[in-house]
Design a protein around this ligand. Structure first.
Ligand code: CDP
Length: 228
């Protein structure tokens, strides 16, 4: 059993884990932590459907099936400790740390790979650093970037079809026994920025991070548009 910040991963059998989506919500390396009743359910359902959409579009993921409303069965993978971030619109850390203006639309999406380690505050890595640390080899690094851009194309198009903009998101990639790279972890309003296309209001975790609004209401709205 491995308890993360918002999910618990249980051993299921030799080839599978069971992931429980909890109601915990955290931000700023867990400096902020609360319980939002129902959040685990919404994130699990939203993630499951987004994984299915990726699979339908030929992208391999760890998702197998939902076992309970807030628990999913996934293929066992070893997570590569990189936060694979894709950006379509400038917001968040890229505006704080680099000379990009809030709201700038990137014609070419930007892929950023952060080292997943709260002790270092998830620092941005360059290719040479990633290879020097032996996190992946050159071929895998190339594949990770290709997967990131493909996931972006699919998710951006899907969200646009339900009136939602996708300024940026984070995915994690895992490696299975055979060495295949699969999209793993979760894809939810915890890990994506999702803005209402008309009002540009956040429907994601930014409502919690910056006390901008009702975080659960945003997640419910994403769910409503996805499931009708
Ligand atoms: O959230 P913050 O502004 O600190 O980070 P960011 O680099 O602007 O985040 C880019 C995207 O990755 C956002 O959609 C975040 O929700 C997501 N992210 C995440 O899910 N987990 C992290 N540890 C960091 C970013």
């Amino acid at each position: 059993m491995a308890k993360g910040k918002a999910k618990t991963v249980y051993e299921y059998d030799d080839d599978h884990y069971l992931i429980e989506f909890r109601d915990d919500i955290t931000a700023f390396d867990s400096v902020k932590h609360d319980i939002v009743g129902g959040k685990g359910y919404y994130n699990c359902q939203i993630s499951a459907k987004l994984f299915e959409i990726l699979e339908e579009n030929g992208i391999k993921t760890h998702f197998v099936k939902l076992l309970e409303p807030n628990k999913m069965l996934v293929k066992k993978v070893e997570i590569i400790p990189l936060e694979v971030i894709v950006r379509n619109i400038a917001t968040g850390s890229i505006v704080r740390n680099y000379p990009f203006k809030e709201g700038m639309v990137f014609e070419r999406p930007i892929v950023m790979l952060d080292y997943k380690d709260d002790a270092y505050h998830d620092p941005l890595m360059n290719d040479d650093m990633i290879l020097a640390m032996g996190l992946v080899n050159e071929e895998e690094l190339k594949q990770i970037k290709e997967i990131a851009l493909k996931v972006n194309d699919v998710l951006k198009g899907y969200f646009e079809s339900i009136g939602i903009l996708l300024p940026d998101f984070k995915i994690e990639i895992g490696k299975d026994k055979e060495g295949n790279l699969l999209v793993a972890d979760e894809i939810s309003p915890d890990s994506c920025r999702l803005w209402d296309a008309k009002t540009k209001k956040s429907l994601d975790k930014d409502n919690y991070r910056f006390d901008k609004g009702d975080v659960l209401a945003g997640y419910k709205e994403v769910y409503r548009r996805m499931f009708g």
